[in-house]
Design a protein around this ligand. Sequence first.
Ligand code: SAM
Ligand code: DTB
Ligand code: SF4
Length: 352
Amino acid sequence: MSASQTTAIRHDWTRDEVLALFDQPFNDLLFQAQVTHRQHFNPNEVQLSTLLSIKTGACPEDCKYCPQSARYDTGLEKEKLMAVEQVIEEAKAAKETGATRFCMGAAWRSPKDKDLPYVAEMVREVKALGMETCMTLGMLKEEQAQMLADAGLDYYNHNLDTSPEYYGEIITTRTYEDRLNTLGNVRKAGMKVCAGGIVGMGEGEKDRAGLLMQLANLPQHPESVPINMLVKVAGTPLDQQQDLDTFEFIRTIAVARIMMPKSHVRLSAGREEMNDEMQAMAFMAGANSIFYCEKLLTTPNPKANSDMQLLDRLGITPEKRHVEQDSQEQEEALRKTLAEAETDHLFYNAVN
Ligand code: SAM
Ligand code: DTB
Ligand code: SF4
């Protein structure tokens, strides 16, 4: 493709077309992804989301990658649903480091109706701080999705995880169809969809293509597409999984960018194991969102200071919220975090 061609928004991808994207020479693929990215986004901006586990562990599902499944002994301490006040404290802290979106995750198969008023209250109070809200609570019925939308929830995260063909190797306690139904209920309720998957679970390239095909062929592209690199947690069935080739991971990001040109593609779990160069390559391939918090749900993520330093070295700035007052507050918070990062850096130099 040439730099002046516009990438079409399509919902009719075939597996062969997607595999042909994957199989291009690496430089050609990255060029195409960059051209697409620049048509819809400032390539030097990355959106920052903070993640918080509001209910941890003891999950009845059998997702083979997950440290929170009750079926695997991962040594994780389970915690019941967090009090609303504590969630708000965490959200305030996230806002102070410059995050614009606050994502709350629960280790549930699906929320119980009695839980809904509590989580709806969390949404209302986090929104009142001026942050965007996202939740991931498992499968949702139509009425539950509507209750969350009525409380003001902006995004609902529910991943397809992998291709329909590989899915049965990873999860047996809910079907692919169940997941698609939840995404449908989220859309029907008028919320934005955050849906992606995990790579590095032993799947083949055709499965990575199959996952992206499912996402891009939805009636509307998810606004947010998290691409997680498997975090191998001791005690889970996938803890000995072989590493996915770095370039194959970057190719997955690039193909996601090309297929869903207007979506935020999130360089999601797995950054703790990636060096700066690999993350920079993911941004070059079109990733424009990260989890900005020291812990994902239960596993570590890079520190805010080191993320700020990396973005600063790359000349990347955090994406602003499009509300004037909020973005001024955010700018101040970011300046503070970066100043702290720079001081840390000096201390580091001084002792070496
Ligand atoms: N329990 C809810 C559900 O599964 O829908 C919400 C929380 S669940 C932990 C959210 C997502 O985190 C999963 O769908 C999966 O994509 C991702 N995830 C969980 N464990 C992971 C791991 N070890 N590595 C990478 N991603 C992981
Ligand atoms: C998503 O796609 N990745 C996040 C979020 N959505 C909820 C979760 C990553 C979890 C990684 C393993 C853990 O920390 O427990
Ligand atoms: Fe439970 Fe979600 Fe983990 Fe699956 S991914 S075991 S549903 S917490």
